[in-house]
Design a protein around this ligand. Structure first.
Ligand SMILES: [Zn+2]
Length: 400
């Protein structure tokens, strides 16, 4: 084992106490009264009730601690420097196993302690997940879907999950289960990346999509649905997927002009989560008259309907880098009109809840795994401070 990994894994085996630190727990409106936290065996042991400082105590005066960040939508195996789907599918990049390990290390150093991978073709991200889990490699806790279920030549068909019938969709799901995926991903509409697929159109009818959701549930797996067009969003809300990715309300003209209040009400009522994949690339769209007003209006109307949002970036698509969640959060806040604390919940406790990880991570609470981010400054008023982590702990191990 390399020396730096050995050193950090040794640290995780000892009880560690952090003192004189300002704490946001991932849930509350404001900072806690407590100013100390102790970690043992990878978990948060106590918050505030820390007895006398021991050998493994770090004074964190002037610093602020919060839960590690969660990105609900990434693709470990996509290379953001490759601009076409064709280039990706040809594998015109360096050795993928090496590249994804480097991406994972960069992510966790940037404070991302959990990420959900929503699609790849060869299950390499699952092998990475297991190597991170065992402590062999640094990286975020990963939840992985493997190959998404898609229609023939449909969105991301090059990953191998094409299904022209329900039976074929069931076979695609079975193949993912055999590879021990954490969840199932379905492409409910076409997408931008795939030439020949139409983001506006539904790829499966309601009956088929409902049966796909039931099949995922039968295997005890949650299901995420990629949806741009309103027809696909409506199908996904009726079929009862767990998370709706993108949720762009695209109408016949291809833009987000087709918000449907009944569907938004159904999403809220059924407790489904929307993962809007607003990344730092959206910064350049700010102020564009043909984009920003309608997009912001869609988020306002979703939130008024009671729809809950989680932070996600779609990292891996062109020019969206895997370690850039923190940079995306102020932009997400802008478009969705969220306060810093609402944005932070969407990237910590709410995201953990949406991913079924609320008993594992997403908050600074005794018993949870010690996924912690330490920054200078005041993240509850200034999200930009998250881009400069001073320390990160992943499952109790100091990674930087
Ligand atoms: Zn994606």
């Amino acid at each position: 084992m390399p020396a730096h990994l050995l050193a950090s894994s040794l640290m995780s085996t000892h009880a560690l106490t952090l003192t004189n630190v300002r704490i946001w727990d991932g849930i509350s409106d404001d900072y806690l009264e407590a100013d100390a936290i102790s970690i043992a065996d990878g978990r948060i042991k106590a918050v505030g009730e820390v007895s006398k400082p021991g050998r493994y105590t770090r004074d964190m005066s002037g610093l602020t601690l919060l839960p590690g960040l969660i990105d609900a939508h990434v693709h470990m195996c996509l290379d953001p420097d490759i601009l076409s789907a064709e280039g990706q599918s040809k594998g015109a990049h360096k050795d993928t196993t090496t590249a994804i390990a480097e991406r994972a290390a960069a992510m966790v150093r940037a404070g991302i302690t959990t990420a959900r991978d929503l699609g790849g073709g060869e299950w390499l991200e699952l092998a990475l997940r297991d190597r991170i889990r065992s402590g062999e490699l640094p990286g975020p806790r990963l939840l992985c879907s493997g190959q998404p279920v898609t229609s023939p030549r449909g969105h991301c068909h090059f990953w191998g999950g094409e299904a022209s019938s329900l039976d074929e969709a069931i076979a695609v799901i079975a193949r993912q289960i055999d590879h021990d995926v954490d969840l199932i991903k379905v492409m409910a509409t076409g997408g931008n990346l795939t030439v020949g697929s139409d983001p506006v159109l539904a790829q499966f009818d309601l009956e088929t999509l409902t049966a796909i959701v039931e099949e995922a549930k039968r295997h005890g797996r949650p299901i995420a649905a990629h949806c741009h067009g309103t027809a696909g969003i409506t199908n996904a809300s009726r079929a009862g997927v767990d998370t709706i990715e993108h949720c762009s309300w695209r109408g016949p003209d291809g833009t987000g002009t087709d918000f449907d209040p009944d569907t938004a009400a159904r999403i809220a009522e059924r407790g489904l989560w929307v993962s809007p994949t607003i990344n730092s690339g959206w910064k350049r769209l700010m102020g564009r008259e043909d984009f920003e007003p309608k997009v912001r209006d869609n988020y306002r109307r979703m939130r008024e309907a009671g729809v809950r949002l989680i932070a996600s970036t779609d990292a891996g698509i062109p020019n969206v880098y895997h370690d850039q969640l923190a940079a995306a959060l102020p932009i997400f806040a802008h478009y969705a009109d969220l306060s810093p604390v609402e944005t932070l919940r969407a990237a910590t406790s709410d995201c953990a809840l949406a991913l079924g990880l609320q008993d594992t991570t997403g908050a600074v609470k005794p018993g949870l795994e010690a996924d912690l981010l330490v920054v200078e400054g005041d993240p509850l008023t200034d999200l930009d401070v998250l881009t400069r982590p001073v320390a990160v702990f992943a499952r109790g191990t100091a990674v930087c």
